[in-house]
Structures are given as structure tokens and as C-alpha cells.
Design a binder for this molecule. Structure first.
Ligand code: ADP
Length: 352
């Protein structure tokens, strides 16, 4: 199951469990803890009073009471003390323990806030990194749908340097877009290759000086054209023969990876992958198609080919496309890193 970054108020989510960044008394506090208790009502507090508190890095589960979720999993994050007091390990443990409890209680979906990233002072970008790493590690074997809920500004999630570089890259691409011809844009986008399906101009000879010769030459040119086109058309139709699904499965084989490794790396749900696998004419969305290109670590030209099978292309008039291109060009195929950047720029995310 995938990890989804969403911007929301966690108290409004109707997934099976939401996680509370609680304090060790478990008796309510400020921030997300206060919001959860307020929305859940007094029943939650009464149940929490029986739990005897909770140590940092551990987790306990209660009912959801007036919340739209079934359960609240309370975990206590570390207070930031400079990063040298095992804060990272404690924070990792919060995510692992909460996920374990969710699984043990038969949950299908769970939503996390950014634990410790508020009053407890864990630097937000680092807290975010720990969260994403811990959840993705779990997802290698686990089968929950996990939401990471971002409540405030997103720009901090990636380092300022990366944010600046991507912003500059977007600017450059937009500028290039206004100064290049479409052919140049395509060639730039696909590492200097010419457009693969562009119809090649027929070899029409230049007009001759003599008008009689002109007619003959024109007829010859037409014949050449007529003789050539069926072959080109056949060739084009042959290319069309391979569908998105077939190309995807072929490339998975060529890479020598398992289906599961591929859809997990693509942050795609197993059910969606099964649909694509069983329906050769399945047309995925652009974020899904691109997610597979990233999971397969395809270079830009091959990414373009796979996208084309789904009826899409990378375009410099879309920030989403430019950001994905930025990472592919640099050989960065970690879908969660790419999604962090997409999220920071308020774009759709890759994957299911
Ligand atoms: P901690 O004490 O662990 O730092 P906080 O509640 O102060 O916990 O903050 C944890 C994170 O939860 C912060 O990133 C904060 O922005 C976020 N947050 C606060 N309220 C909500 C909410 N209603 N839904 C989701 N996230 C929230």
C-alpha cells in the first residue's frame, strides 16, 4: 500500500486510525493532541486516564469516540535537545510502534501528524525525513495505507537549497519554453533525440526549372510518397501494438525485478497494479504512469516512451512535469524524495 502526503486537519479524517502526538501523561495537551481530544470528546480522556501514561517512543491505542476514525493511537515523540540525545531513534520508534498497533488491531489505513515537529521542537524538515523513512521502511513489507498529514506550510519539507534549485530549474524551463521551437523543446527534454513519432517529410525533390519536368517530378514524388507511406503506417501501427501495460511488464522483466518490488517502489497500490496487469488496454493516469517510469529508473527518453503509451508526454508547461524531469535528469529515482518536492510546490504526487 502506498504512502500519501496530504494537507488536512487530522481530526477530520475517516481512516481506521489516526495517530496522536501526545505527551507522556496521555491526558491531553496543546497542538494536535488538544485538537484530537476536543474533537473526540470526554470519552477519550476517560479511556486515556486508565492507560497509565506512555513513554517516549512507545504507543497505546484507544477508541475514536466522536472522531470519524475507529481508533486513536497515542504516541509520545522525543523533545528536541539538539539531536544528540537519541531523538531520531525515539522518533523512528514512535512510527514503528504506531504502525505495529494499527496492524495488530486490523486497521487498513492510518494517518500520522508530523510527530514532535510542533511544541517538541524537532526541526520540521528532519522530522519529516524521519517520518517518510520510517513509513517507507514499513511499507516494504507492511500492507497499510498510510497518510502523512501536513497541517501547515509545506515549503520546509525539502531543504532550502533543494527548493531553490528546483525553483530555478522551473524558471529556466519556463524561459526556455518561451524561446525554443517545439522540436527544440522535445529534443532538450529527451536528451537530444528527435521526436520518435514525428512524421518524416517525404523526399519531394525541389521544383525543377522546366514546368514539364515539374509535373513528372511531382508524379514521381507522389509515387515515392505512396510507396513509402504504407510501410511507415505499418511500422507506426506495429509500434502502437504494444500497450502501456505490455511495455510496463516487459520493462519489469528486463530489469529483472519482481512485480511487487516495482509497484512498491512506484508507491502504487497492489490492486491498481493487478488491474493494469490484467487489462492490456488499461490507461493509467499520468502520475501513475510516471511513477512506474521512476520505479523502473528509466532515463528521460524511455520515460517519454512509456508515458506515450498512456497517451501523455512530459511538458515544460507543467510544473509537475518539470519537477519530475529535474530528478530524472539527476538520476534520483526515490519516489518519496520526488513527492516531497512535488508536495512542497503544491503539485499532484506520483503514485496511486
Ligand atoms: P509535538 O508536541 O509532538 O511537537 P504538536 O501537536 O505540537 O506535537 O505538533 C505536531 C505536528 O502536528 C505539527 O507539525 C503541527 O503542525 C501538527 N498539527 C497540529 N494540529 C494538527 C491537526 N489538527 N491536524 C494535523 N496536524 C496538526
Amino acid at each position: 500500500m502506498p504512502l500519501k502526503l496530504i494537507r488536512a486537519d487530522i481530526t477530520k479524517l475517516s481512516c481506521d486510525a489516526i495517530v496522536n502526538a501526545a505527551n507522556s501523561t496521555l491526558l491531553g495537551g496543546g497542538g494536535v493532541d488538544g485538537a484530537i481530544h476536543k474533537a473526540a470528546g470526554r470519552g477519550l480522556l476517560l479511556e486515556c486516564m486508565k492507560l497509565g501514561g506512555c513513554k517516549p517512543g512507545q504507543a497505546k491505542i484507544t477508541g475514536g469516540y466522536n472522531l470519524p476514525c475507529k481508533y486513536v493511537i497515542h504516541t509520545v515523540g522525543p523533545k528536541w535537545r539538539g539531536g544528540t540525545h537519541g531523538e531520531k531513534e525515539t522518533l523512528q520508534s514512535c512510527y514503528r510502534e504506531a504502525l505495529r498497533l494499527a496492524e495488530e488491531n486490523g486497521c487498513g489505513s492510518v494517518a500520522f501528524p508530523l510527530i514532535s515537529a510542533g511544541v517538541y521542537g524537532y526541526p520540521k524538515a528532519q522530522a519529516f525525513r524521519v517520518a517518510v523513512d520510517a513509513i517507507t521502511e514499513y511499507l516494504l513489507t507492511g500492507d497499510l495505507l498510510v497518510y502523512l498529514v501536513i497541517f501547515d506550510s509545506a515549503a520546509y519539507q525539502i531543504s532550502e537549497k533543494l527548493y531553490g534549485e528546483i525553483a530555478a530549474y522551473i524558471d529556466d524551463c519556463y524561459v526556455e519554453r518561451h524561446s525554443d521551437t517545439p522540436a527544440q523543446q522535445y529534443s532538450r527534454l529527451y536528451d537530444g533525440e528527435s521526436f520518435p513519432l514525428a512524421p518524416s517529410a517525404p523526399d519531394v525533390p525541389c521544383a525543377a526549372a522546366n514546368p514539364a519536368d515539374d509535373t513528372d517530378m511531382f508524379c514521381d514524388a507522389l509515387k515515392t510518397c505512396a510507396a513509402k507511406q504504407p510501410v511507415e503506417l505499418e511500422e507506426a501501427l506495429r509500434r502502437l501494438d504494444e500497450s502501456f501495460s505490455e511495455m510496463l511488464l516487459r520493462k519489469i522483466d528486463e530489469k529483472g525485478i519482481s512485480d511487487a518490488a516495482c509497484y512498491k517502489k512506484a508507491n502504487i497500490d497492489r490492486k491498481l497494479f493487478s488491474k493494469i496487469r490484467s487489462n492490456r488496454l488499461y490507461k493509467p493516469s499520468k502520475p501513475t504512469a510516471l511513477a512506474f517510469a521512476v520505479a523502473l529508473e528509466l532515463p528521460l527518453a524511455e520515460t517519454g516512451e512509456l508515458l506515450q503509451k498512456a497517451g501523455f508526454a512530459l511538458s515544460h508547461s507543467s510544473k509537475f512535469d518539470i519537477i519530475v524531469e529535474y530528478f530524472i535528469r539527476r538520476g534520483v529515482y526515490d519516489i518519496f524524495r520526488i513527492n516531497e518536492a512535488l508536495f512542497a510546490f503544491d503539485q499532484n504526487l506520483l503514485g496511486g
